[in-house]
Design a protein around this ligand. Sequence first.
Ligand code: HEC
Length: 125
Amino acid sequence: MNGIIFCLVALSGAAFAQKPPTNATRFFDARVAPILSKRCLGCHNEELKDGNISFLDRDSLLKGGSRGPALVPGKAEESALIRAVRQDGDLKMPPGPKLSPRQIATLTEWINRGAPWGTKLRPKR
Ligand code: HEC
């Protein structure tokens, strides 16, 4: 019994130690994806692509729409997405209630970390 528990602990320890990049994936899946899917995906998906961007596709965000890149990895201040959710320019996103300061901080941190993608938001192909 003790042996089994030891093995499980050792295995999970190895899984954490081995792959630092998955921390970034986890950050996206746990903190960023829920905000995007709840507040943005309804209009920015593969069918609608409002503003010419889909939140199911990182490349589409990098390319952006008429306002330039929605996402500039490492540079939240240059990302149209952040300007939009702060609502201090002409484009105010999402339509309806503004994101909470905490959600805006999460999106800012995500982009400044290089905007790593995760497993949660994927185009259905
Ligand atoms: C109810 C629909 C709707 C929702 C929800 C929505 N958007 Fe938009 N979004 C639009 C429309 C429509 C446009 C195009 C507006 C325009 O060009 O004036 C747009 C444009 C944008 C653009 C600019 C693209 C460009 O370069 O022109 C960004 C960035 C953006 N949205 C980010 C977001 C983010 C981030 C969220 C979630 C927090 C969000 N949107 C939620 C409808 C929506």
